[in-house]
Design a protein around this ligand. Sequence first.
Ligand SMILES: Cc1cc2nc3c(=O)[nH]c(=O)nc-3n(C[C@H](O)[C@H](O)[C@H](O)COP(=O)(O)OP(=O)(O)OC[C@H]3O[C@@H](n4cnc5c(N)ncnc54)[C@H](O)[C@@H]3O)c2cc1C
Length: 562
Amino acid sequence: MSTTLSVDVLIIGGGATGAGLVRDLARRGLRCLLVDKGDLGSGTSGRHHGLLHSGGRYVVKDALAARECIDENRILRRIAPASIEDTGGYFVATPDDPEEYVETFAAACLASGVPCEEVPVADLLRREPALHPSIRRAFRVPDGALEPWQLIQATVADARSRGAEIWPYQRAVAMELTAGQRIVSVDIADERSGSITRVAPRFVVSASGAWAGAVAGLARIKLSMAPGKGTMLIFNQRMTDAVINRCHRPADGDIMVPVHEVAILGTTEITVEDPDRYGIGREEVAQLMVEGRKLFPDLDRMRLLRAYAGVRPLYKDDQPAAKVEDGREISRAHLIIDHESRDGVGNFVSIVGGKITTHRLMAEQTADAVCAKLGVTQPCTTAEEVLPGQGDARSYWLGHRLAEHEEDGGGDADLICECEMLTRAGLDSFLDARWPCSLDDVRRGTRLGMGPCQGGFCTFRAAGVIAERSATGALPAAPTDLSPDAVDRMRLDFLAERFRGTRPIAWGRQLQELWIMSGLYTGVLGVESLDHGSPSPGPGSTPGSADRPAVAAERELTHAQR
Ligand SMILES: Cc1cc2nc3c(=O)[nH]c(=O)nc-3n(C[C@H](O)[C@H](O)[C@H](O)COP(=O)(O)OP(=O)(O)OC[C@H]3O[C@@H](n4cnc5c(N)ncnc54)[C@H](O)[C@@H]3O)c2cc1C
């Protein structure tokens, strides 16, 4: 064990909420350490739908949530424009959507302060011709698309510039409490080397999302979560340039979000026992397709790239049992749990629930609670100060990377990933800043492999660049094994992860494509098997019992269809 590190506040969890919190507290002058058991944004914040909510989804049922969304929507557009595409959004009424809901929608928007304008359906259909011609009414709202990893990195960069320390791949594994019920130390295990650092914090915040129950358990506190799994489908084209929502009570498969060059349909809602153990069922995919066709009748002619899922950090302790049964009924509102008044542990709070759209507000309210306990009076400044790296302060647009590439001379010689326009220089600067890292970390940081080819070509190029730089000593020094086998393993992990998401959607033409792809990998490239399913402990890989049950479920599904 290394020596003890003293900090004012230890934040456990590096999703959007933890990132927002470390920024806020560091700006108020506190010495902070943020730890995450994986890469930043590798939990739910990297597995959501990508919607910057206008609040429209909540106006009828939860006016407070709607107001929080529109307020934070405006703030994020101002402080984090580089992470937002200003797509705009529409709530559309299909013949299946109840008239009473549609009738109340515009008035409910007005009451919650969500800008809403009814537009002629013919105009919308001219703008979005793939939409269903039977749509009856349409309302425009200021939805957008939100890029989580860039947002999180910019947020922690601001915290770092104020002296905060950010430690990815470091898991909180144990807490020591005094007899008077204060946390005196937290042991943090390095997921790569296994070494333990003991941290002595004045205060501890758990921003560990769906894992909040397990983290509270380290302080011998019982906190029950009801992780709500949501599945989403990625299509290989933007069949819409604006976010499209069904104008009805929130349900499955009723939102399509254009995200960079793909579009994402979601979501489902199924309560799971364990946020690390879930699969994606064939019926979920079928249900999403049924609902999706009501918005886009030609959905079956578009190519499905993959399915993925995330788990909502829903809290169930004070929810009636009936609500817990039906995950959609559990409140999405965020909640700050003071473990002093609830459990008698003096210097510990958990923040649960919420949305990525409202992460800054959640962080502000949590920081207020922490500061009150520590006697700090500095006010919150996160809503006013623009995050670092926001470029020309305009939101991004679909062609921005192409435009940047062309400004730099264009051509394809230097491209590592054609879908996402990632150049060799872009990859090199990521590796310089973030090494040691896995290809999956590269994906989050650069979007490598997230476009229509799903890593089919760029993975090999990126692995080649890493192997070449490793062989020539051109990577920053790191205590990491980089034998050719390790690079190969890293490439396999990445491909297996990309391939895994294709299993639940394997039918018809898509199944034929998968067979071709697996033939290419195994027959031509000599990849032993994409079924190995267990991310290796190679450079920066996430230790992953997490995905194995999903692999099993998906494997079963694929076999059933062969
Ligand atoms: C299917 C789905 C779709 C969604 N769509 C949207 C949307 O379109 N728009 C929107 O605004 N919101 C959306 N949300 C909600 C939003 O994604 C989440 O509320 C938000 O990302 C939660 O962020 P978080 O930081 O609280 O949790 P997380 O991002 O899960 O972060 C928690 C972190 O804690 C870490 N951790 C856990 N245990 C430990 C430990 N022992 N030690 C160290 N670290 C630990 C984890 O690795 C994880 O990174 C969606 C959610 C789901 C599930």
